[in-house]
Design a protein around this ligand. Structure first.
Ligand SMILES: Cc1ncc(COP(=O)(O)O)c(C=O)c1O
Length: 491
């Protein structure tokens, strides 16, 4: 049960206080889709307010799509509340739920906050001097052609090098199958644009990369989520969803998944490809963290195991080098490659020649591999610092130890505050993280949070985790537990 006291002295009308409280409950996932709300008379009695206040709150929530009522049955949390991307309008407007949570993230942009919420590599990993030298060398060597239009498919020597690099991951592609893109984000977006039209269904893990949810929303695509476990997307649930929803694309990051850090084992990869083959379902594999292995070697990418030509592979240099260079790539073949190149041309004509050529030089000289090796060592130390600090300071929480990538996915005890409640308190205590619902298709994740393990040196990580656990403890002390199954939040 969650304590909720109406403030009768406030200027804010009682119905408005009630409405805002319910919105928070829905956005935090405490009230789940389909949960029944009490009848207006009953709730008015419990709260000691006039029934009209409850009716007014319910009416506004209905108008905004948070709840629905069915004559004779009652009032329920909407199956697809306004924040649910599956119900998104075909325009690119940000959903209210995500907009609110993202606005909250900006509260952490203060120098005194240890901010684990970002999905970017630590500043100290960015090799500015490497890039400065490469940019200078390219301009000296190529002159004006380094700042002219490039082919939409990308700078050929870079495509050749990417193809060679892919070979090391077990993927055999020709340079003619490599499309250079504006980061991995654009690679994902081009694939969605080339393969889906508004109203089509995309299947994804749930939780998933929030940037893919943005793409789906902007392109008017419905996302159907498949739950994940420590072995990644639960492939047992896949066939049923394929049959029921007739998706046009399956998106997943099988290696060091964002946000959970999971790695899909080989048997699941094979089963997934087998299903994709049977249903002729294209698969979009996101490999953006694949090179960030700290412990062991992950199984082969889906693209390397694919015998039917159904897998598109998207990745970039953002996580291992410089995200702001915006150099990514998409691997595809045949007619689909041509279609993707046309969509790319329509999007932005080409990826900047100068950045492509500079990255090419860094790759060709072997400096990128040296840099990645150093980043890996630093990440391994930071990961250890975070795991040790969690064990020491936050034994109430649960987490898995990621073998690679950038994130640790933490689960809070469900009888304490939700991740969003904790966030507000934590920011005041000088630490921040990304809240679980940001990564979900269906308002779930209320008790999960994502921590970037690589963002700070070990001492700062330890201090951040100490602040996080004491913020949780302070908040839990005054917290009355919520029972999701029954609705008695106002008592
Ligand atoms: C899973 C995943 N895919 C794609 C991207 C986007 O990468 P880029 O910066 O190369 O566009 C990110 C960035 O956070 C990510 O986590």
């Amino acid at each position: 049960m969650l304590a909720f006291a109406l403030n009768r002295d406030s200027q804010e009308p009682l119905y408005d206080q009630l409405k805002k409280h319910l919105v928070r409950q829905i956005e935090n996932g405490i009230l789940a889709p389909g949960d029944r709300l009490p009848a207006t008379r009953e709730l008015a009695g419990q709260l000691g307010v006039a029934r009209i206040s409850v009716v007014a709150a319910y009416e506004e929530l209905k108008a905004e799509g948070y709840i629905t009522s069915q004559v004779g049955r009652g009032t329920f949390v909407a199956d697809r509340p306004p924040g649910d991307l599956a119900a998104a309008p075909l325009t690119g407007a940000m959903s209210p739920r995500n907009a609110t949570l993202r606005e909250l993230l900006t509260l952490a942009e203060r120098p005194d906050v240890i901010n684990f919420s970002h999905g970017i590599p630590a500043d100290s990993f960015l090799s500015v001097s490497l890039i400065r030298e490469a940019l200078d060398a390219v301009l000296t060597r190529d002159g004006a052609s380094a700042i002219a239009y490039e082919a939409p498919e990308g700078y050929l020597p870079l495509r050749e090098l990417v193809a060679r690099r892919m070979f090391e991951l077990g993927i055999e592609v020709a340079a003619g199958e490599v499309l250079i893109t504006g980061g991995c984000q654009q690679a994902l977006d081009l694939a969605v644009q080339a393969l889906l039209k508004p109203g089509d269904v995309l299947i994804s893990s749930n939780p998933t990369y929030a940037g893919m949810l943005d793409i789906a929303q902007a392109r008017g695509v419905t996302v159907i989520g498949i739950p994940v476990d420590p072995d990644g997307l639960q492939t047992e649930a896949l066939e049923d969803r394929i049959v029921r929803h007739r998706p046009r694309l399956l998106y997943l990051a099988p290696t060091y998944h964002n946000p959970t850090g999971s790695v899909m084992p080989l048997h699941r990869r094979r089963y997934l490809l087998d299903l994709a083959g049977r249903y002729r379902l294209p698969v979009l594999e996101d490999g953006v963290y694949s090179e960030m292995s700290y412990i062991g070697t992950p199984p082969l990418p889906l693209k390397a195991l694919d015998k039917e030509g159904l897998v598109l592979y998207a990745s970039s240099f953002s996580k291992v080098l410089l995200p702001g260079m915006r150099i990514g790539y998409l691997l595809a073949s045949g007619g689909l490659y041509q279609r993707l190149a046309r969509v790319k041309r329509a999007a932005d004509i080409c990826t900047p020649a100068l950045n492509q050529r500079a990255i090419h030089l860094v790759l060709e000289s072997g400096q990128l591999d040296e840099h990645v090796a150093q980043v890996r060592i630093a990440c391994l130390q930071r990961r250890k610092a975070m795991l040790d600090a969690l064990k020491r300071h936050f034994p109430e929480a649960q987490w898995a130890s990621p073998a690679g990538g950038m994130y640790l996915w933490l689960e809070l005890p469900i009888d304490g505050p939700t991740a969003t409640e904790l966030y507000l308190h934590a920011v005041r205590s000088g630490v921040a993280f990304a809240m679980g619902p940001l990564f979900h298709t269906d308002n779930q994740g209320g008790y999960h949070l994502r921590l970037n393990m690589s963002a700070y040196p070990p001492d700062t990580i330890r201090e951040g985790i100490r602040r996080l656990s004491s913020a949780w403890r302070e908040l839990s002390a005054g917290h009355v537990s919520t029972n999701r199954a029954s609705f008695a939040p106002f008592l």
